[in-house]
Design a protein around this ligand. Structure first.
Ligand code: GLN
Length: 229
C-alpha cells in the first residue's frame, strides 16, 4: 500500500496543489497499485512511514506556520534520507531550502535542498514552461510568487525555464536532490503533466511501471504544450 502524505493542506492548499495527491492516487490505480492519501494537519505529527510526501504553495504567514510544525523531529528529512519521494511546490519548495529570507527576518529551512530564497522586488505571476532533463518535452504550469531562489552546489535545477520565471534567477526552475523535487509549477503540476506523476510513482515503488493510455490526461497535457510560445 503506497502512502501518499498530503502535508498541511489547510496551510499549503492556497493554490490548489492538493490535486497532486489525487493524480498520484488515480494513476497508481490505473496500474493496480494500491495507495491511500493521508492528510496531515500542522497540529499533528508527520508520519515517518510515507512513500510520497507532498507540499503545496502558501501565503507567507501560513508558510512559516507549516515550517515551524515540520521542524519537530525532522521527520521529512529522515524520510527523504531513506529514499521517500518528496514533491514541494513554491512555498513548499522554499521551506525545504537551507534558509529563506523575508523583508523582516532570516528563517532557517528544513535543509532537504541546497537552496536559499530571498524576497524579489516584483510578483512573478503567469504561465510557465520548464524543460527538465528528466523529460523530452517541456512541462507546463502556473506560477505566482515573489521569492527568488538561488541554488547552492548541492542542488541540481529541476529544469530550464522556457517561458515565465521559475526561480527568478539564472533561467532555472526548482531543484532536485535524489528523490526530493522542488518547483514553482502550480497547476496542479501533476494534473498538467501526467508523465511527472508517473516518474514520481516509479521512484516511490522502485521499479518501472506499465505505461497506460489515459486519453483525456494525455490530450490535455499536449494541448497545454501546444500553447507554448
Ligand atoms: N510566499 C511565497 C512567495 O511569494 C510563496 C508563494 C506561493 O507558494 N505561491 O514567494
Amino acid at each position: 500500500m503506497l502512502e501518499i502524505i498530503r502535508i498541511h493542506n489547510e496551510l499549503l492548499g492556497t493554490y490548489g496543489d492538493r490535486g497532486n495527491a489525487d493524480v498520484l492516487k488515480y494513476r497508481a490505480g490505473l496500474r493496480n497499485i494500491r495507495s491511500r492519501i493521508i492528510d496531515v494537519s500542522y497540529m499533528d505529527p508527520l508520519p515517518i512511514t510515507g512513500d510520497i510526501y507532498l507540499l503545496g504553495g502558501a501565503e507567507d504567514a501560513a508558510q512559516l506556520l507549516s515550517l515551524t510544525a515540520l521542524r519537530k523531529g525532522s521527520i521529512l528529512k529522515k524520510a527523504a534520507n531513506r529514499g521517500a519521494v518528496v514533491l514541494a511546490i513554491c512555498a513548499g519548495f522554499q521551506i525545504l531550502g537551507t534558509k529563506y529570507l523575508t523583508r523582516e527576518e532570516e528563517i532557517k529551512g528544513l535543509d532537504l535542498l541546497d537552496v536559499v530564497t530571498t524576497p524579489g522586488d516584483k510578483r512573478l505571476v503567469g504561465d510557465i514552461a520548464v524543460q527538465s532533463d528528466l523529460f523530452d518535452f517541456p512541462l507546463t504550469g502556473f506560477e505566482n510568487h515573489s521569492g527568488v531562489t538561488t541554488l547552492g552546489e548541492g542542488a541540481e535545477p529541476f529544469g530550464y525555464v522556457r517561458q515565465g520565471n521559475g526561480n527568478g534567477i539564472a533561467g532555472l526552475d526548482g531543484a532536485i536532490n535524489k528523490n526530493v523535487f522542488g518547483t514553482y509549477l502550480h497547476g496542479p503540476v501533476l494534473a498538467r503533466n501526467p508523465e511527472f506523476a508517473d516518474l514520481l510513482l516509479e521512484r516511490a515503488v522502485g521499479s518501472t511501471i506499465s505505461s497506460v493510455e489515459d486519453e483525456i490526461a494525455t490530450r490535455y497535457a499536449r494541448w497545454r504544450r501546444s500553447l507554448l510560445k
